[in-house]
Design a protein around this ligand. Structure first.
Ligand code: SF4
Ligand code: SF4
Length: 289
């Protein structure tokens, strides 16, 4: 079983559309939507949720007003400035609270509850293209790296039980903690970039990250024909870094049309973009084997 991460240095490069398209081609696969802060594979895959689970991470302080003496000790001790006075009462700002527990420990009246922090949910779903593990992280919830690891773990379990050949991971953008959690230990990373200077810069940052974690990286330029000179620069950089360019996908309004209809580009059309993605997968299989 191979875990393939599809990743980009920034959002909006077409990474999710390409991941879903690859799932259309690589039949025996499990999909993992690890872009947990902005999960959107479900928009294309219309999942039938089979299992819903809570994602609990850390604790959240909550002041029990009926026991509170209004002494202010908790506010003095909170290093995260998470305890405020609202309408004359001490209360915890749930977004600012880091769940360190210092206020709970220091409160002379034992007036602070310290409950599990429900940060979101994760799901196992059936889709027409195979099983999908996905999630819904609450707004401003942290620990997205931990949720990414959970989604990957569950996808692995399913792939193992179904003897799937591939796990296709739709990775988060950027190079932060969720990307690191998506990348560590994968079989290969396909970096999706676009021919803009920011696309080029962000691609290099992801390449650095892959190099750091010793992950074999491949690259694909989406909408390569909207700026051929930057596409050439990207090609030159990839050559100099010894990274295989496995696909150049032309701009196509069909990709947006496919999204509107809730289809992958492979399901929607046999046009140039669809063909380029099929060729890319073929090239990836040949080179990576
Ligand atoms: S330390 Fe306890 S009693 Fe004092 S203000 Fe905070 S919650 Fe209330
Ligand atoms: S748990 Fe820590 S961060 Fe949260 S309110 Fe208490 S002292 Fe502040």
């Amino acid at each position: 079983m191979k875990e393939i991460l599809i990743v980009s240095g920034k959002g909006g490069t077409g990474k999710t559309s390409i991941t879903a398209a690859l799932a259309s081609i690589a039949k025996n696969s499990v999909m993992a939507d690890c872009d947990v802060d902005a999960a959107d594979m479900h928009l294309i895959l219309n999942p039938d949720i089979k299992e819903e689970n809570e994602f609990i991470s850390g604790h959240l302080a909550q002041i029990n007003q009926s026991n509170c003496l209004s002494c202010g000790v908790c506010q003095q001790n909170c290093k995260f400035d998470a305890i405020k006075i609202r309408d004359g009462n001490y209360s915890v700002d749930a977004v600012a609270c880091e769940g360190c527990g210092v206020c709970v420990w220091s409160c002379p009246a034992s007036a602070i509850d310290f409950n599990d922090n429900l940060c979101g949910h994760w799901y196992i779903s059936d889709t027409r293209l195979g099983p999908l593990v996905h999630s819904n992280l609450k707004a401003a919830a942290e620990n997205s790296g931990k949720l990414v690891s959970k989604v990957r773990d569950e996808a692995r379990k399913i792939a193992k039980s179904k003897e799937s050949e591939f796990i296709l991971i739709d990775g988060p953008p950027g190079i932060g903690c969720p990307v690191i959690a998506s990348m560590t230990g994968v079989s290969a990373a396909i970096i999706v970039t676009e021919p803009t200077l920011s696309g080029l810069h962000d691609m290099e940052r992801v390449l650095d990250l892959a190099e750091h974690f010793q992950i074999k990286a491949y690259a694909c330029i989406n909408k390569y024909d909207i700026n051929l000179s930057v596409a050439k620069k990207i090609t030159d950089i990839l050559k100099s870094r010894n990274v295989s360019l496995i696909g150049q996908i032309p701009y196509s309004s069909e990709i947006t049309q496919a999204q509107i209809e809730g289809k992958t580009i492979i399901e929607y059309s046999d046009g140039a973009a669809s063909k380029a993605i099929k060729e890319m997968w073929q090239a990836f299989i040949e080179i990576s084997n």
